[in-house]
Ligand binder design. Structure first.
Ligand code: SAM
Length: 166
């Protein structure tokens, strides 16, 4: 599984829903957002990361769509995310391990708050080798926080779980 594959998987899942406003939590250097800039030409994209280094790289990669206002990059941890309630159509995260290694309680609470009714969250993780604990961990965290899993995609080592707040 290459970096491009996991970002491609996430971008395909998100773009399929034709969302108007998309949030990526833990956007890193902005690789997945760059794919969505191409695939969702009218969508507004918000990338969030707590790392200044990651956001600097994302800002370089996405300089033009940031300038035009299509992409907004925010440096914050998930818990401090200052977006209005119900303002996001689709949210996603790629290789943000807290969603399968623990309960992700504050992060899932924030995502629940900012997603509109019927909005969807896609969690994509690409471990170095197939690891059944990844899917199980994500589904357990989601279920524990009151989310309903709507789809699971497993392609090689990559696991994508889609869910909506119950
Ligand atoms: C392994 S990197 C993946 C980056 C990118 N999604 C990718 O696939 O290339 C995980 C990223 O999530 C960010 N991150 C982890 N926990 C976070 C949190 N609670 N709030 C915001 N960002 C977080 C890290 O700073 C890091 O940039």
């Amino acid at each position: 599984m290459t970096t491009a594959d996991r970002h491609e998987c996430a971008a395909a899942l998100v773009a399929a829903g034709r969302p108007a406003v998309v949030l990526e939590l833990g956007c890193g250097n902005g690789a997945a957002l760059a794919l969505l800039v191409e695939r969702l030409p009218t969508a507004r994209l918000v990338g969030v990361d707590r790392s200044a280094t990651a956001l600097t790289r994302a800002a370089q990669r996405l300089a033009e769509p940031v300038r035009s206002g299509r992409v907004t990059l925010l440096r914050t941890a998930a818990g401090g995310l200052d977006l209005p309630d119900g303002s996001v159509d689709a949210a996603f995260a790629v290789d943000v391990n807290l969603f399968w290694t623990g309960t992700a309680t504050p992060e899932l609470a924030t995502l629940r708050r900012v997603l509109r009714r019927g909005g969807v969250l896609h969690l994509v993780v690409a471990p170095p080798a197939p690891n059944p604990r990844v899917r199980a961990g994500m589904e357990t965290a989601l279920q524990g926080a009151g989310w309903t899993t709507t789809a699971v995609v497993e392609r090689g080592a990559v696991v994508a779980v889609s869910a909506t707040p119950a």
